[in-house]
Structures are given as structure tokens and as C-alpha cells.
Design a protein around this ligand. Structure first.
Ligand code: MSP
Length: 525
């Protein structure tokens, strides 16, 4: 029996650039949640996808000698391949050029039109083609030549005078939003982002232009066919599409069961769209609001935001080649606390790999089965599964702390709770000195107990590491002669001490994380 639904999203990524470490970051975080909450008994929906409309896409397509649709189609494999490489278990991949997204967008905005939340008006002001956004003159900056430039991308803006647009009455939601933030303290996380949003909304809200008539690469508004939907007013709705909002027959009941969602995971640069515009749209539609928008920080290299244009846009595949996918996931999820900005570097990645994975977890997984081969012919020895010992003491209190950390997406804390057990297990080997016991036939039973305790600890660590490092945990389960770890839907029960069956054949296998020498790594960062 499932505990209920647990649904969340990554941003719907722009198709203009192939996935990089930044987009992979949000996606791996969402996948860690997906894997954990499945093991925790929830019925998970994990929506990701591609944001394919807008003038920028149309222009890029033209430059590449393709139609916009051809261009978008050509970008899809790069995303899907990267997500496969990272072992991402999304449940829906929404492309905003799919028919079902057109249905969602048209249904949603027609509803708001009928409810009186839209009006048509001529726009006097400034427009940035790159950001596809209108700006008031007071928002603009000037460049060295004295030209007005976009406050976001710093490119020159053009005068938009008299363009007719459809506007959403966002300004009417100012107080409703402020009340909502007040009464739903978990809506915006982490806390620092909340303060930013609250003061922005307190400063007053402008109505939002949700249509464009100067180009046509977008979803036409059914009540005014000469207008296409503004990219954000389109892409946000992909979250609804991904859980069946517009597939009335095929996925009947799914939307109702899954909405509102638990989380939208986004980078801090797009929290305004998710914490101001999006809840106002949902309020207008009479739909409940997602429980939490989590705005994570930026990955920085040498203190600067990592980006392709700065030439430091490494691809996930480059790092996976060196470290393997599990170490990649572990490093990005744990070394920078989710929510904060943090520096990443090859040096640091090698350090974390060697310290946490090669020397701690990997070391335990090679040492213990190695000893067990020698002393018990590679078979789980018969011992008391309930005998008190320091590893059992720690293992038995992991779940609540780990579960709470995972629920608030603090992967650093979740991993540290598990690593504590791994450290303790390595220390336990040094304290009990199994190699000495093995020389004394009178200590045979004690040795069996020590080996049992260690093997059982390995089983439990593998379970808790599985959301972060699915491949290695599955491999450890296999080596312990256990069934597929993927099928586990009650991690609390599975992690209860004393379940490793006597007599299971344990395989030593290759090192899970062979030590890396930093000087061998030739890659620019
Ligand atoms: N299409 C919009 C999202 C629409 S959601 C309805 C968009 N797409 S994007 O492709 O630009 O998404 C980028 C995402 O990756 C953002 O969440 C952004 O914060 C994240 N990152 C891009 N570079 C990043 C880092 N250097 N570090 C961490 N994440 C960053 O925005």
C-alpha cells in the first residue's frame, strides 16, 4: 500500500543549450528525492521537460537553417542521453511543443480569460528580445554608449510602443500573495529566498503581459489567434501537463490525485516566476498551490557562476568518465549544501571521492567481504542478529534523522548520518581486530558475531546510500546475495537491524571506488 502521492518537478529547461552541470544539478537532486520517496513507500511523479517556444528559439533555428520544430527535435536527444547517463528516473518528460501542452495552455488561459483575469491593452515601454520580457523605463540600465540596456542580460532593449498585448491582472494578487507567504511558512525555501520575495512583492506588482504578437513561435491564445503565449505563461503550465492535466481520458484521475505537488525544485534565478507569478496564476484558476518552491543556489567555479559562455561549462559526461555516475551524484548532492551557493572544483571532487567514497564506504565494502572470505569461506556466518553492539546502536537510530533530512532536501545531512555509521564500522574493525581473533579457536563465535555485525552494517548503509548512489548500492546488495534494492518500498522496515540471512554467499568483487590520484586527471576547470 502506498503512503500516497509525492510529486515534484525540475524546471522545464530551455532548448538553447545542451545540459551542463547547472541543469544536471537540479535534475540529480530531484532524482535523489524520487528514489528516496519511492523507497519510502510513496507513489512518485517526477516531471521534467523542455521549454521550446519563443523568439530566441525561432531565431536560433533560423541561424542553423532549420525550422523551430526541427531545431527543438534536434536538441531532445542531448537531454535524454544526459539524464540516462545520470540515472535519472523521471516519470514524465514534457516538451512544450507537444499537443497535450497546447491543450493545457489553451484550457488554462481560456479559463482565466472567462473569469475576467485578462485584459487587452497597448504596451508603452521597452522590450528585451533576449529575455523576451517587457521593462518599465525605470527598470533599465544604461551602457557605456548611453543606450538603455536590459537589467538582466545587459543587451540593448527596443522601444515597444503601442503593441497590443494580453495582460494578466497580477497586481490584484499582491495582498493575497503576502497573506499566503505569511500563512504558509514552507512555501518558499530556503528562508533567505523568502525575504527576497516578500520584499519584492511588498514593492508592488505590475500586471503581466502574457502574450506576444510580434512573432508566432508559441501557442496561440484561443480567444485571440493573432497572439501566442509568452514563454513563461506557457512553460510553467508544463507542470500540470506532466501529471495528466490535459489527458482527460488517458490519465483520468491522475491530476486530481497528484495536485498540489510537494515541490518545485528551481535555481534561485527563477524563484520570482515560481513564487510570485505561478501562485497568482493558480489562485486565479482556483487551483491549490504547490507546497514548496525550493530555490537552490548556484554552483560556482572560482567564485563565479559556472556557465558555458564563461568557458567553464563542463559537461556531466566529462566528469562521469573520471569519477563514475554515483560519485558524481554523491559529490554534487553533498559537498554543496542544497540551497546555498558553493564552489565546485576538480581538486575538491577528488578529495571528497577519496575521503568519503574510496577510504570510507568503498574501503568497508572491500575489507569486510575480504575478511569474511578468509574466515568463513565467503558465507554469512551464523550469529545472533540481535546481540547488542555499537554498530546496531547507531544503525537503529538512523532512519528518523535521515528521513527528516531527506524530507527537507538536506542531502548533505542525510549523507553525513550514513557516513557516521561507515566511519564507526571501520573503527569497529580496528577495535575488534578480527585478524587476531581468527588466530584463536576459542574466539570463533565472537568472530562470527563481529563479521555478522559488519556485513549487516554494510547492508544498511547500502540501503540509505541508494537514493544518492543507486548503482553501487544495487551492486552491494547483489554481492550480499540479496534481491533487487530497487523493489524496496519500506526503507524503514528494510533498515531494521538483523535481517541479513545466515548462509548467504558474499562476493568480494572489485573496488567500488578505486582511489584516484589527482595528478592523473587532465581536464580544464
Ligand atoms: N526555461 C526556464 C525554466 C522554466 S520552468 C517553468 C529556464 N530554463 S534554463 O534551462 O535556463 O534552466 C536553468 C536552470 O538551471 C535554472 O534553475 C538555473 O538556476 C539552473 N542553473 C543554471 N546554471 C546554474 C549553476 N551554475 N548552478 C546551479 N544551477 C544553475 O530557466
Amino acid at each position: 500500500m502506498s503512503k500516497g502521492t509525492y510529486s515534484f518537478t525540475t524546471p522545464i529547461y530551455y532548448v538553447n543549450a545542451a545540459p551542463h552541470l547547472g541543469t544536471a544539478y537540479t535534475t540529480v537532486a530531484a532524482d535523489t528525492v524520487a528514489r528516496y520517496q519511492r523507497m519510502n513507500g510513496y507513489d512518485v511523479a517526477f516531471v521534467t521537460g523542455l521549454d521550446e517556444h519563443g523568439q530566441k528559439v525561432a531565431e536560433t533555428a533560423e541561424k542553423n537553417g532549420m525550422t523551430p520544430q526541427q531545431w527543438c527535435d534536434s536538441m531532445v536527444p542531448a537531454f535524454k542521453e544526459s539524464w540516462d547517463l545520470l540515472n535519472i528516473t523521471y516519470t514524465d518528460f514534457v516538451r512544450t511543443t507537444e499537443d497535450r501542452q497546447t491543450r493545457t495552455v489553451q484550457k488554462f488561459w481560456t479559463d482565466l480569460y472567462k473569469k475576467g483575469f485578462l485584459y487587452k491593452s497597448a504596451y508603452e515601454g521597452w522590450y528585451c528580445v533576449h529575455e523576451e520580457t517587457y521593462y518599465a523605463e525605470s527598470d533599465l540600465e544604461k551602457n557605456e554608449e548611453g543606450q538603455f540596456v536590459c537589467p538582466d542580460c545587459k543587451r540593448p532593449v527596443r522601444r515597444a510602443s503601442g503593441e497590443e498585448n494580453w495582460f494578466f491582472k497580477l497586481s490584484a494578487f499582491q495582498n493575497k500573495l503576502l497573506d499566503y507567504y505569511e500563512s504558509h511558512p514552507d512555501f518558499i525555501r530556503p528562508e533567505s529566498r523568502k525575504n527576497e520575495i516578500v520584499s519584492f512583492v511588498k514593492g508592488g506588482l505590475q500586471d503581466l503581459s502574457i502574450s506576444r504578437s510580434t512573432f508566432d513561435w508559441g501557442i496561440p491564445l484561443p480567444f485571440d489567434k493573432g497572439h501566442v503565449c509568452y514563454v513563461w505563461a506557457d512553460a510553467l503550465l508544463a507542470y500540470l501537463t506532466g501529471i495528466g492535466y490535459a489527458d482527460d481520458d488517458k490519465r483520468a484521475g491522475e491530476f486530481e490525485a497528484r495536485w498540489p505537488m510537494q515541490y518545485h525544485f528551481v535555481g534561485k534565478d527563477i524563484t520570482r516566476f515560481h513564487c510570485v507569478i505561478w501562485p497568482a496564476m493558480l489562485m486565479a484558476a482556483g487551483l491549490p498551490i504547490t507546497h514548496t518552491v525550493f530555490g537552490h543556489g548556484f554552483l560556482l567555479t572560482k567564485g563565479e557562476k559556472m556557465s558555458k559562455s564563461r568557458g567553464n561549462g563542463l559537461r556531466p559526461a566529462d566528469l562521469i568518465k573520471i569519477f563514475g555516475v554515483d560519485a558524481y551524484r554523491y559529490y554534487f548532492m553533498t559537498d554543496v549544501r542544497f540551497g546555498m551557493d558553493g564552489d565546485i572544483s576538480m581538486e575538491r571532487m577528488v578529495q571528497v571521492y577519496n575521503a568519503d567514497l574510496a577510504n570510507t564506504w568503498g574501503n568497508l565494502v572491500s575489507r569486510v567481504p575480504g575478511m569474511n572470505d578468509k574466515y568463513f569461506d565467503g558465507v554469512v556466518p551464523n550469529a545472533s542478529p540481535t546481540a547488542s553492539n555499537p554498530l546496531k546502536d547507531i544503525a537503529e537510530i538512523i532512519y528518523p534523522e535521515y528521513d527528516a533530512a531527506m524530507a527537507r532536501v538536506d542531502f548533505t545531512q542525510a549523507a553525513s548520518v550514513v557516513q557516521k555509521l561507515a566511519h564507526r564500522a571501520n573503527a569497529y574493525i580496528d577495535e575488534t581486530e578480527p585478524f587476531r581473533m581468527a588466530k584463536d579457536p576459542e574466539k570463533r563465535e565472537e568472530l562470527a558475531q563481529v563479521m555478522y555485525n559488519l556485513l549487516e552494517t554494510i547492508r544498511i548503509i547500502a540501503l540509505f546510500m541508494a537514493p544518492l548512489m543507486p548503482n553501487t548500492s544495487a551492486e552491494v546488495y547483489r554481492r550480499l546475495g540479496l534481491g533487487a534494492i530497487d523493489g524496496i518500498v519500506d526503507i524503514e522496515k528494510a533498515a531494521a537491524w538483523g535481517q541479513l540471512p545466515f548462509g548467504n554467499r558474499v562476493e568480494k568483487g572489485e573496488a567500488l571506488f578505486p582511489r584516484l590520484d589527482e595528478s592523473l586527471i587532465e581536464i580544464e576547470d
